[in-house]
Design a binder for this molecule. Structure first.
Ligand SMILES: [Zn+2]
Length: 361
């Protein structure tokens, strides 16, 4: 196996393969684009290709089987386990203690941030020659999580990158990174993966019957990771409280004020488990976007295809103004969540907001 096994984003693959073929590999790269399209996977493949025993001088692929290719997998796996172990450490001050970096190293947040100590260790390791492999590759994911106090330190490393090292900064949107960082990196852009590739993946994994395929492809939204994790039954279960909620709001114009108890019951179901909150919010945002798309007749933009007739009915009852206000309420719930406030509060605030903004509420 080699780059052939990578799904989607042919331009990104072509870009890195050309770097290899021409032996013109920049010291620092930014891989930017949506979540779940394989940015980290390609970064690890690139690390293998840079080190593969069987790659010829002008070769642009890796074997995935030689000792060095396997070493890269081993290093990445060990780094993953080490990061996970550190995240469990209760005392914050001890989480970055005794960091050891391999020649190919994955650098991810231990807390909400990639800590100053992690970047300090990177600087020390990058300054010395690789230990077991010909090339050092440092994969930083996501780069926007680097603690602000560590950005200058990373800049110093990137100013004089060692000839044997390649830094790969992964992020959803390069615009979130400081301009001084961006200017030192060559950018490789990723796009959502084409629907036909997602459909093929789903068919191979038998993730959905043919009748459900269209819905599954839309829900994957161009993300390989989401397509692989997709469980339609589970999705429908999680979506139900939102449906009840929107249905109650859409019904409000004719039945008087919205049914408060029903709204709060729905929000309680949604906010029960904190870990599920982000996923639940995503469902909410997708439904609100679907409402706008349904209202303007852009059916091709609707994700929840199985709800189309109901989406049309709800959206015409709610109208643009209320859909926009619902979205503002959801934005507010999201802001509360990232401020580490009890997510339940955020969703109750959303219920209040939505009720106040309903046509005759
Ligand atoms: Zn190899």
């Amino acid at each position: 196996m080699g780059f052939e096994s990578f799904l989607g984003n042919p331009l990104a693959v072509q870009t890195v393969r050309q770097m290899l073929a021409k032996e013109h590999v920049p010291g620092a790269l930014i891989f930017s684009g949506p979540e779940g399209v394989g940015k980290k996977t390609l970064a690890v493949m690139f690390a293998k290709a840079l080190n593969c025993e069987r790659r010829k001088p002008d070769g642009d692929d890796f074997c995935g089987e030689c000792a060095r290719c396997r070493k890269v997998d081993e290093m990445i796996q060990t780094a993953r386990e080490d990061l996970e172990r550190r995240r469990q450490i209760k005392e914050a001050a001890r989480r970055a203690e005794g960091l050891i970096y391999f020649d190919v190293q994955l650098i991810e947040p231990i807390t909400r941030y990639i800590l100053v100590e992690q970047i300090r260790r990177l600087r020390v390791t990058a300054a010395s020659r690789p230990f077991e492999l010909p090339r050092n590759v440092y994969v930083i994911d996501p780069a926007q999580a680097i603690h602000w106090q560590a950005v200058d330190l990373l800049l110093k490393v990137l100013e004089e990158p060692p000839a044997t090292a390649v830094f790969i900064l992964i992020c959803p949107n390069a615009g979130e990174l400081r301009a001084t960082l961006r200017s030192r990196c060559q950018r490789v852009r990723y796009l959502p993966v084409e629907d036909q590739i997602i459909a093929r993946l789903l068919r191979e994994g038998k993730r959905a019957g043919q009748d459900e395929m269209d819905l599954a492809v839309r829900l994957a939204e161009g993300s390989i990771a989401r397509a692989k994790a997709l469980d339609l039954e589970d999705y429908r279960r999680r979506r139900q409280p939102w449906i009840d909620y929107i249905e109650a709001l859409a019904a409000a114009p004719e039945t008087g004020p919205p049914d408060w108890s029903r709204l709060f019951d729905a929000t309680r179901t949604i906010g029960r488990e904190r870990g599920e909150f982000e996923a639940a919010l995503h469902i909410g945002y997708t439904l609100l976007r679907d409402l706008s798309e349904a209202l303007t007749g852009r059916v091709e933009g609707v994700s929840n295809l199985d709800l189309l007739p109901r989406l049309k009915a709800w959206s015409s009852r709610l109208g643009f103004r209320n859909i926009a206000r619902l979205k503002e309420g959801l934005d507010e719930a999201y802001r509360l969540q990232i401020r580490n406030v009890n997510p339940q509060m955020g969703l109750d605030a959303l219920a209040v907001e939505a009720a106040e903004s309903s046509p005759r509420g």
